[in-house]
Write a protein that binds this ligand. Structure first.
Ligand code: GLU
Length: 317
């Protein structure tokens, strides 16, 4: 697929939802906790408020827990969310990812990387490079060096990773709450050594194909947005607007997790709380009193008033 036909594919989907689309894209690795549910509600509200479609995508390229997807969908519906069209599964989208990889390869924008994680961590980094940035080891190897690298990969029973030959070192995105954000773009991995397409590429290809022009998600991914937007631009795809929601944390300030107790909708229901009471908690975190379903948040929430600090979740044990 060429960049223009990749873009045409995205345009065709966008045409199906002329007002654009928002989305929620959970990984089916377990039940959604209150922070995940709050982000989902806000993504839905932002989309519906602005007349966008709302799409669900199951990000199942990695860890999948049996039954988790069905449970997540039931939980979202229990809070009052609805969505448009079929759920997209990343595991069924290999052809679209390979088309994007072929397109970038044809333009000499990818290179094979034979480094192990350890070698990358231990390599001296370029001056001014952000911590953990790829040091460029395999970017300009000779054909003979590449052959050596491939032979080594065969020994390690791994594929070479495919990296973007980035020609910028930063990119600017617009976030509804964070404003203009400029962040680093490095030679990011687009296909991993285990042969699985990287999250950053999958997200870009999938959002564009679904006509998604508004990406609302947790703000641990804000630093990935410049890389993703740059990738979209390289593929001739529209760059979405972003809306990154502060994370939910426990009382110690650590990211909310299962070990924090009864943090999922199911846990709350088991403790005798209703789904409406859980929406009420989410509403309260936004300064709203008495919300009983996502529809109430849709009617009453002012996005400009989103607290910018993490949501400290305090639950009765
Ligand atoms: N699948 C990711 C998660 O569950 C979200 C990725 C995204 O929204 O771009 O954290």
């Amino acid at each position: 697929m060429s960049a223009s036909s990749a873009a045409a594919g995205a345009t065709a989907a966008a045409a199906a939802s002329p007002g654009g689309a928002g989305r929620y894209a959970p990984s089916p690795s377990g039940d959604l906790h209150l922070g995940n549910l709050r982000t989902a509600v806000l993504a839905w509200v932002l989309a519906r408020r602005s007349g966008r479609a709302f799409r669900l995508r199951v990000e199942d390229l990695d860890r999948v827990r049996e039954g988790a997807e069905q449970r997540q969908l039931e939980d979202l519906a229990a809070l009052g969310l609805d969505w448009d069209g079929e759920n997209v599964h990343q595991s069924a989208r290999a052809a679209a990812y390979e088309a994007a990889i072929a397109e970038l390869t044809a333009r000499d924008l990818l290179f094979e990387c034979y480094c192990t994680r350890r070698e990358i961590l231990e390599a001296p980094s370029a001056p001014h490079a952000p911590p953990g940035a790829y040091p460029g080891t395999c970017r300009d190897l000779s054909p003979a060096e590449r052959e050596q690298g491939r032979a080594r990969m065969r020994e390690l029973r791994r594929e070479p990773a495919l990296r973007l030959r980035a020609d910028v070192d930063s990119w600017r995105v617009r976030d509804l709450w964070a404003g203009e954000v400029t962040g680093p773009v490095d030679d990011l991995v687009l296909r991993r050594g285990d042969g699985v397409v990287a999250y950053n590429l999958a997200v870009v290809v999938d959002d564009a194909a679904a006509g998604v022009d508004q990406v609302c998600r947790a703000d641990d991914l804000l630093s990935s947005a410049p890389r993703q937007a740059h990738l979209a631009q390289l593929l001739g795809l529209p760059e979405p607007e972003y809306a990154h929601v502060p994370l939910a944390v426990n009382v110690e300030g650590a990211r909310l997790a299962k070990r924090d107790g009864a943090v999922t909708l199911r846990d709350r229901l088991e403790r005798g709380e209703s789904a409406a009471a859980v929406v009420d908690r989410i509403g309260a975190s936004l300064g709203l009193v008495g919300c009983r379903s996502a529809g109430d948040v849709l009617e009453r929430w002012d996005p400009a008033a989103l607290p910018r600090e993490p949501w400290v979740v305090e639950l009765p044990s």
